[in-house]
Design a protein around this ligand. Structure first.
Ligand SMILES: [Zn+2]
Length: 240
């Protein structure tokens, strides 16, 4: 086989493998983002539940303070009831007391509603806390796995890069220049020929070119995609 052709095939294998590893490596940050997003969503659900409970507790405290004020008012009116001089004033004061008592009952009812609501909300907070904890745990283990995967891929990429450079150093400058020129345009620079067809652009080669190619003794480019072609004889096939 043509010396450069053999090296170029090796070079293409190394490049392709390196590119695959680099693609896998590039996926890692995306996976991390997804995992991070899930954790953030779960945290915001937990925060939402906590806020709901806090708001409910605040409303209850407000109602309790209003209730206290109303009770103070009622005691004050009851005290004043002893000091009124006329029947008319007495009746008016009784009305005032009744009205305050209605308000007291109203506040008490509302406090009960808020107490029941708080129970439901507290249960929800507890549920969300458990859900968050479990998502956080899987986030931690996923992050660890992804970091480990990235480290392995980085080492692999470095080794493949070194292999590729070592092969590239043995190729003649012209052949290397041709390789890079085609690779830049096509992604890959070398293509196998099978059934007299370029395996990357699927052009069927003319007989004369195929016959020449089968010797693998020259740098032959595909007439369609211009990739450097090589022929891998099928082991079971007897090549004349
Ligand atoms: Zn081709």
């Amino acid at each position: 086989m043509h010396a450069d052709l053999e090296k170029l095939i090796q070079l293409q294998h190394a490049e392709s493998e390196l590119r695959q590893v680099e693609t896998e490596l590039a996926e890692v940050p995306r996976h991390k983002e997804e995992s991070d997003k899930r954790l953030k969503e779960e945290r915001s659900r937990l925060d939402g539940a906590k806020e709901g409970l806090a708001a409910c507790q605040k409303t209850r405290r407000q109602l309790e303070s209003e209730l206290q004020d109303l009770e103070t008012k009622r005691s004050k009116y009851k005290g004043q009831l002893m000091d009124v001089k006329t029947n008319k004033e007495y009746t008016a004061m009784l009305h005032e007391i009744e009205s305050v008592e209605r308000e007291v009952r109203g506040r008490e009812d509302l406090i009960l509603v808020e107490m029941e609501k708080a129970e439901t909300l507290a249960a929800e907070v507890k549920r969300e806390e458990a859900a968050f904890k479990s998502v956080e745990e899987s986030f931690r283990s996923e992050s660890k796995t992804l970091d480990e995967k990235a480290a392995v891929l980085q080492r692999k990429a470095a080794a493949l890069g070194a292999d590729r450079d070592a092969v590239a150093a043995t190729v003649s400058p012209e052949a290397l220049e041709l390789f890079h020129r085609i690779a830049k345009k096509r992604g890959s620079a070398v293509a196998e020929v099978k059934d007299s067809t370029c395996q990357l652009c699927h052009l069927k080669l003319r007989l004369q070119m195929f016959v020449e190619l089968r010797h693998n003794e020259a740098i032959i480019q595909c007439p369609s995609c211009s990739r450097i072609l090589y022929y891998e004889p099928t082991p079971t096939l007897v090549v004349p």
